[in-house]
Design a protein around this ligand. Structure first.
Ligand SMILES: C[S@@+](CC[C@H](N)C(=O)[O-])C[C@H]1O[C@@H](n2cnc3c(N)ncnc32)[C@H](O)[C@@H]1O
Length: 205
């Protein structure tokens, strides 16, 4: 391998590490804010629905302690496999990876003090059924946070979602309409969430 090639590989690796460190720091900051908003404490049981690479679910562990628990759910087979591998690699005893379905979280009933969906609600293809199952998984007094964004130009529409979304994203008004119709009450709306997102906090009375 010549020196130029070695140098390019070195720069590529350094950049990848910097990006990973930045993403982890962003997730930790956002989760800290969410933990305060949702009153997480040691022993709290949290679910991250549509956990993706798990950055947010794993960051949540710092706030619930060893007596708490985090459910990390996904519908995507590859992401599920990677989440399970990461849990095994880190030997995390209080994370449960759950395979989600289109219309169901597949979480146990009344298992959670807090559930959050970050940039996932606008991907739901059966929101009415999914919402009923989200509520079923919340303990009475439990909270649900939806972090999402209004439709953004330049993003391809999401296949299979209801036509009222108006593009890739979802208007906050629709999130509130659907989840209050499902039986939750709005507790707080935060419009200055990082990444130009909003966060709507609901409570199950
Ligand atoms: C834009 S990504 C967000 C990932 C992660 N929450 C984050 O903020 O980095 C949307 C994720 O939702 C997942 N998803 C879509 N529909 C789902 C469903 N019904 N149940 C669980 N996850 C779902 C997708 O597989 C994808 O990983």
């Amino acid at each position: 391998m010549n020196r130029k090639r070695q140098l390019l590989i070195g720069i590529g690796c350094a950049l990848a590490i910097l990006v990973a460190v930045k993403l982890r720091a962003d997730a930790a900051g956002e989760i800290e804010r969410l933990a305060t908003l949702m009153s997480w404490k040691t022993g709290t049981v949290v679910a991250d629905i549509g956990a993706g690479d798990g950055s947010y679910a794993f960051a949540a562990l710092d706030h619930v302690g060893l007596t708490g628990k985090v459910f990390a759910t996904e519908i995507d087979e590859k992401k599920l496999k990677e989440l399970r591998a990461e849990v095994k690699k880190r030997n995390l005893q209080n994370v449960a990876v759950v395979e989600s379905a289109e219309a169901d979280t597949n979480l146990p009933a009344a298992c959670c003090d807090a559930i959050f969906l970050r940039r996932v609600y606008h991907h739901l293809t059966k929101p009415k059924e999914f919402d009923a199952n989200l509520i079923r998984s919340l303990k009475p007094g439990g909270r649900l946070a939806i972090i999402d964004f209004p439709p953004r130009p330049g993003l391809d529409p999401v296949e299979g979602v209801p036509s009222n979304r108006g593009g890739h994203g979802i208007p906050q008004k629709i999130v509130i309409e659907e989840l209050t119709a499902a039986g939750l009450q709005v507790e707080k709306i935060v419009n200055d969430w990082p990444g130009d997102d909003y966060c709507v906090l609901f409570v199950r009375k």
